[in-house]
Design a binder for this molecule. Structure first.
Ligand code: PLP
Length: 395
């Protein structure tokens, strides 16, 4: 075998979402797509806002240049993002503090490449987006995982316990994939106070990285608190993948707090890393498009309807879960301890989900409800059969 041992290992450990997706393709072939209920992938099914398509057509027609650009992105795009963020944050964010990236995934790699020395540590909380482990490893760091409270809110004491002189950053994601939790302003303020204390105590900078690709997908008047308000050494990474339903277009950005320590040098490192990681720059056409549609989002009510439909159906059966405040995932407790076994039982019912173990938290499973309403409605009797079957086995 000629591929790297580490990659071979990672590939065998990281296959849950992919495996479910591929099993789904086989099942659909065998039983017909309408008889398979695929909740494995977070691929948005709600249409992009119509203003996106309009801006895309306009941009294609008016664009003559397709060349390289400054590695941070077009100035007019960074200005549009900065002016949007300035309004949203009530804090002057200059265009020079914005770097356009290939999605939030690209953004996270650029940030880690910029800050991590070999074996430096990044602390996140479980359950977490699976790719974090690989993104940190790509850049020679080590991911440490702290647990959350039972309701999936931040446990500041647990995060604090994990901080050492090797800690470079804390990485959080709200609204969260896979729990749908939005961290409260109180929790973020408490996290910020703890980080300030630890920075002083250890005499080192600890960055707070907020991964926010779902920040506009929230329900019931929930507001995603502003990370910049809470902590100066903070960095927001985000994208238009979920808020505008365009994940295939690979467009996002990094925004750096204007008072982050040595912000200018920090941004220069980000720009350099965007280049040398091989991204060179975020896609040119998409940069031009998003500059025109800063404040546009998908119809969140569609996701809310799906969330409510699922919550009602599952709670009638007896599943236990926290009602998601944002994103488009449900993270119910498996009715038996073994989440992998339960996901297999669901699969026998042709329902595809992902075990919580894949996100670092066993005993749960993730449902991505960014699918059409009919799939949700028709799946409920199958969730019921799987629940009853699991109880028979468990009891
Ligand atoms: N962060 C989280 C929490 C995600 O769920 C995802 C995608 O599912 C990403 C980052 C990557 O998003 P993007 O498509 O913008 O790279």
């Amino acid at each position: 075998m000629t591929i790297a041992k580490k990659i071979e290992n990672f590939m065998s450990q990281s296959s849950w979402i992919r495996k479910m997706f591929e099993d789904g393709i086989k099942l659909k072939k065998e039983y017909g797509a309408e008889n398979v209920f695929d909740f494995s992938l977070g691929n948005p099914n709600v249409l992009p806002p119509s203003s996106f398509k309009k801006a895309l057509i306009e941009t294609v027609q008016e664009t003559e240049e397709h060349g390289y650009m400054p590695n941070a992105g077009y100035l007019e795009t960074r200005e549009a993002v900065a002016s949007f963020l300035t309004k949203e944050n009530n804090l002057k964010i200059p265009a020079s503090n914005v770097v356009m990236t290939c999605g939030a995934g690209g953004a996270l790699n650029v940030v880690f490449k910029s800050i991590l020395n070999p074996d430096d540590e990044v602390i996140t909380v479980a359950p977490f987006f699976v790719e974090y482990r690989f993104y940190v490893d790509n850049n020679n760091g080590v991911l440490k995982v702290a647990s959350l409270k039972k309701d999936f809110s931040l446990d500041i004491a647990e995060i604090e316990k994990n901080i050492t002189e090797k800690t470079k950053a804390i990485l959080i994601n709200s609204p969260n994939n896979p729990t749908g939790k939005v961290y409260s302003k109180n929790d973020l303020d408490e996290l910020a106070s703890m980080l300030l204390k630890k920075q002083k105590e250890l005499n080192q900078t600890i960055y707070l990285i907020s991964d926010e690709p779902y920040n506009k997908i929230v329900y019931d008047d929930v507001i995603v608190p502003n990370i910049f308000e809470a902590y100066k050494n903070s960095i927001v990474v985000t994208s238009y993948s979920k808020t505008m339903s365009i994940p295939g277009e690979r467009i996002g950005y990094i925004a750096v707090h204007p008072e982050l320590l040595d912000a200018e040098k920090f941004v220069a490192a980000l720009v350099f890393c965007n280049r040398i990681l091989g991204f060179v720059n975020a896609p040119a056409l998409m940069q031009r498009v998003v500059a025109k549609v800063q404040n546009q989002i998908v119809d969140v009510n569609e996701y809310k309807k799906k969330r409510d439909m699922f919550c009602e159906g599952l709670s009638e059966i007896g599943y236990e879960f926290n009602v998601p405040e944002g994103a488009f995932y449900l993270f119910p407790k498996a009715p038996i301890e073994d989440d992998v076994k339960f996901v297999q039982i669901l699969q026998q019912e042709k329902v595809l989900t992902v075990p919580g173990s894949g996100f670092g938290t066993s005993g749960y499973f993730r449902i991505a409800y960014c699918v059409d309403d009919k799939t949700i409605l028709n799946s409920i009797p199958h969730f019921k059969k799987a629940f009853d079957e699991a109880l028979k086995l468990g009891g």
